[in-house]
Design a protein around this ligand. Structure first.
Ligand code: ZN
Length: 335
């Protein structure tokens, strides 16, 4: 088995039952906002967001729009109950510690998931519902409940469980002002790929217009498109001639000889499927057109403009053969 052992159904069922036992339990103790809803924090927020709605900063404008006074932007909701960066290892949205020092229900749930191998986390959804405008002077508090834990799901990141937490925001009178559902995926990280299983080069988009080029490469030839109207060579292939407008074309087999017209040596960013440093050249073919290709069997520091090169069709994997260029005269297959 390459990824992970399949958990027998009964074991998965037993785990799910343990996880589901947390549904409906408070994630942790409720949190009281550190500051009342205030103009300074709102002003910083709307400046940062570039939101110039006057109801957030102008008392008269707010009243004219039917509000009792300046209102906070609804999406600031969580700002009013954040506990401060230094006081909360693990992130502001996590449930706080119980006063007793005992692990909160959320911590216990995550411990069960960790133990079962679901050690990675990514937030996936956040839905907020606003029940009334939050105004200057409000003092919010929040309570959170573990709403649901999904059965094991297969996702692009890996297999895992979605954990949804439901939060209720209340004001200084205990009245609800907003609710929020926050969903995370706790997943089993996929094992690092072995070298033999290394990522492939990105696949080229092989359209009707360019299929001949890759088929030619597979056959060991470098084919260049030629306008049947005026004879102009063109690359990359495209449907019509830019010179005479003809849609008719055939191909010529290039000799493969050319010179480096321009080049770069790529160090970063590094994309899977390539080796770095990666010299890439614009090669001017002796037939008179140019193409972009990898340079091989060359010290990147030795590449020069005007350097003579020769094409070689390289099978980079079972499916893909592409032309690359080596210095002319370099021994084929030299390391
Ligand atoms: Zn033409």
């Amino acid at each position: 088995m390459t990824h992970h052992d399949v958990v027998p159904e009964t074991e998965a069922d037993a785990l799910l039952a343990r996880l589901r036992a947390f549904e409906g339990r408070p994630s942790g103790p409720s949190t009281q906002g550190r500051d009342e809803v205030n103009q300074a924090m709102i002003r910083h927020w709307v400046d940062a967001m570039g939101d110039d709605n006057p109801v957030y900063v102008d008392e008269q404008a707010a009243r004219e729009n039917g509000f009792p006074g300046v209102v906070a932007p609804p999406t600031m909701l969580q700002a009013w109950i954040m506990r401060g960066y230094r006081s909360q290892p693990g992130g502001s949205w996590q449930a706080p510690k119980e006063a007793s020092g005992e692990p909160s229900a959320q911590e216990q749930l995550f411990a069960v998931l960790n133990e079962a191998g679901f050690t990675s986390v990514v937030a996936t959804n956040c839905d907020q519902e606003y029940l009334r405008p939050v105004v200057l002077g409000d003092r919010l508090a929040v309570t959170s409940v573990i709403d649901s834990v999904s059965p094991e799901k297969h996702t692009g990141l890996g297999d895992g469980h979605f954990v949804t937490t439901r939060l209720e925001f209340t004001d200084q009178h205990g009245e609800r002002v907003a609710t929020m559902r926050f969903r995370i995926l706790r997943f089993r990280p996929q094992k690092a790929r072995a070298k033999a299983d290394a990522p492939l080069r990105p696949r080229p988009a092989v359209t009707h217009d360019i299929a001949f080029f890759f088929e030619g490469a597979r056959q060991g030839t470098l084919l260049i498109q030629r306008c049947a109207g005026c004879g102009l060579l063109r690359h990359p292939p495209r449907p019509a001639c830019a010179s005479c407008g003809s849609f008719d074309w055939d191909t010529v087999t290039a000799s493969g000889r050319g010179t480096v017209y321009s080049f770069v040596v790529v160090h970063h960013p590094q994309v899977g499927g390539f080796d770095y440093p990666l010299p890439i050249a614009v090669v001017e073919l002796e037939e008179g057109t140019r193409l972009v290709a990898d340079l091989i069997d060359v010290d990147p520091a030795q590449v020069r403009i005007g350097m003579p090169v020769v094409a070689e069709m390289v099978a980079v994997d079972d499916e893909l053969t592409i032309p690359m260029f080596r210095p002319a005269g370099a021994r084929q297959g030299a390391a």
